[in-house]
Design a protein around this ligand. Structure first.
Ligand code: OAD
Length: 250
């Protein structure tokens, strides 16, 4: 007995790779915000009234009943407005400051990475805090008002406003996808934190990086489809594990 567990070895392997790397990419999902109080999509709290996210976050649902879709988004905005970034968000913002080739790609629309100070940031699925006109003008702008004065909100041009997030059946912003895949193609280490790794194209980012020889580190309390492919799967909560890992690698 050496007293060194496989968990210690996995942690040390990840630390060594992170320490040596000059190009790191991080991919986050709802789990990184769990300790801030944001509900995950697929957990027990993933239901709103009798609806699943998949039934409301679609262009068809918005066309059919924009008010119902907006009531859901308004309730999410109200729930998220007072929440603060946690130690995992802060650790990623600090990592950006010390690694020259760093990019954080997030699937989250909660704005907490930006609130923590991350700037090398791609919000793959958009932001709850930006509204986009579906009418003539098509303009998108930040709007943090909670509550919104009317549901559904309207643009100055008269068109309906929608949340500037990616819905099921829609394509992601091409520029955001290309930035994220560019980083995945050059990263030496890819950190994958708090995502079920079920939704594409985000789930393809660590796969593409791993296929090219990048070292993939997963941080998640549960096993996911990525776990078998990752070089290291650290089981635990992002707000505890990630600061410890990144401090050890500093
Ligand atoms: P999910 O809700 O699918 O998965 C959340 C993941 O976080 C799970 O794997 C949990 O085990 C993990 N988790 C829970 N608590 C955690 C903690 N404290 N620390 C670390 N991990 C934790 O959320 P996403 O993978 O983000 O897309 O979902 C991806 C996309 O599916 C979302 O962006 C959204 C949704 O449909 C769109 O809306 C387009």
């Amino acid at each position: 007995m050496t007293g060194v567990t496989s968990i210690d070895r996995a942690f040390q392997a990840a630390t060594a790779r992170l320490k040596a790397a000059t190009r790191i990419m991080a991919l986050t999902g709802a789990g990184v915000s769990a300790e801030s109080g944001v509900p995950t999509f697929r957990g027990p709290e993933g239901l709103w009234r009798q609806f699943r996210a998949e039934d409301l976050a679609t262009p068809e649902a918005f066309e059919r009943d924009p008010r119902l879709v907006w009531e859901w988004y308004a309730s999410r905005r109200e729930r998220l407005a007072p929440l603060l970034p946690n130690r995992a968000h802060a650790a990623l913002a600090a990592l950006e400051g010390r690694v020259p080739g760093f990019l954080l790609a997030t699937q989250n629309v909660d704005g907490l990475h930006a609130a923590a100070g991350s700037r090398a940031l791609v919000e793959l699925h958009g932001s709850l805090w930006r509204l986009r006109c579906v009418g003539e003008c098509g303009q998108a702008r930040e709007d943090r008002r909670v509550p919104l004065p009317e549901l559904p909100p309207r643009c100055a041009c008269g068109g309906l406003l929608r949340p500037d997030v990616v819905w099921f059946g829609e394509s992601l912003d091409a520029g955001a996808v290309s930035r994220a895949f560019g980083a995945a193609e050059s990263a030496e280490v890819v950190l994958v934190i708090g995502t079920s790794s079920l939704v594409f194209p985000a789930a393809a980012l660590p796969q593409a990086a791993r296929a090219r020889g990048a070292f993939v580190v997963e941080v998640n309390p549960e096993k996911t489809p990525l776990s078998a492919l990752a070089d290291v799967s650290l089981r635990g909560r992002a707000a505890e594990l990630l600061p410890a890992l990144l401090e050890a690698a500093a």
